[in-house]
Design a protein around this ligand. Sequence first.
Ligand SMILES: Cc1cc2nc3c(=O)[nH]c(=O)nc-3n(C[C@H](O)[C@H](O)[C@H](O)COP(=O)(O)OP(=O)(O)OC[C@H]3O[C@@H](n4cnc5c(N)ncnc54)[C@H](O)[C@@H]3O)c2cc1C
Length: 365
Amino acid sequence: MTPSFDAIAIGGGLAGCAFAITMARAGRKVAVIERTRVALPKVCGDFLSAEALVLLQRLGIDPDRLGGHGITTFRMGLNDSVVDAPLGFSGLGVSRLLLDETLLSACAQAGVHVFRGQTVRAIEPTRGVVHVRTDEGRFNAACAALATGKHNLRAYPRKESGPVAYKMTFEPDENARRMLDGAVQLVLYDGGYAGACLVEGGGMTICWLADEALMRDSDGRWQDQLAFLSQRSGPLSEALRGSKPMYARPAAIAAVPFGYKRRELIEPRFYPVGDQLAVIPPLAGDGTSIALKSGIDAAEAALSGKPAGIFQQAFLRRLRGQFGWASAVEATFGSRFGRRTAIRSVRAFPQLATWLTQRTRLSGV
Ligand SMILES: Cc1cc2nc3c(=O)[nH]c(=O)nc-3n(C[C@H](O)[C@H](O)[C@H](O)COP(=O)(O)OP(=O)(O)OC[C@H]3O[C@@H](n4cnc5c(N)ncnc54)[C@H](O)[C@@H]3O)c2cc1C
């Protein structure tokens, strides 16, 4: 017989787990279907904003117990120039490896049935039941969340354009550790930016974007990309000098649709959440908050019988200001003149960066 649930999260990342935990806490029978069998590094800058920390707490996870690296400074680098500004809040560097596993454990503790190592191949949302087919079996649910993050299911595409994003964790040398202590660093260059911060256990995350030109010039080789970018950026070169990669290969994802918003309704009981609902430019470092909050809000909508369309509209309205500011910053960083003006302005008025950092947070958390 096909197992039946009140709700299913398709994907056990941030948004899927937030949805599942909220439904399970309300006494519903819930499943999470996650394609990975074990934790793998995910493309993400590993920076958690104050809003993300509040939302984790709301889901029963104490951020202090994650052992992350405290961050209070925003650092911006261009060529050999560096400027620092206060973030205006306390963030945390926590690897996605740890964060996603913690959320999946919280799901299990809340009574969610967690199915790992199963990839969802097809979903048929009909009026009363959502039918889900994985490579190993079938499931039914009264409602479901589409929470597959950066990966699209064929039937529910998003626009496919954008740079390639990479992430590698390093064992930093003493100098890099000292340099990044308490800071999240954004190094700007033609066609993208590289973010760096320390995470739990003393690791150093570097996450970077490669546009077509960088991909072509490096022949897709990540070491060549970092070497090329280091030649043009003092702070990146300093962070990498003497630091050792902890994996053979970086995590990578192509065609990240920054700025995307899913406005169209799929089906009234099928809720798109996280990156399947909206993708903020990564320099804002607030995708985690959006993923967690959209998962929680979708579950609350489902519990109160609100259809997905109403939830989507309300959530996308909440993102308007944040996306507007994040896109303006992205556009400014996209030109040489904009980058130069930005670094000069922040050097003269560090509070400008603090102010902008706050404008690019999720509102109303
Ligand atoms: C370069 C870059 C840097 C970023 N840096 C930051 C940052 O520093 N701070 C921040 O807050 N945000 C950052 N973000 C944004 C953040 O990573 C995302 O917004 C967030 O991960 C979205 O969460 P999610 O739950 O929607 O998706 P994910 O976390 O990607 O989870 C989706 C899950 O679904 C699973 N899945 C996929 N397909 C299937 C399937 N068919 N069947 C079953 N399971 C499936 C996947 O294995 C995965 O576990 C960054 C994004 C990028 C691209």
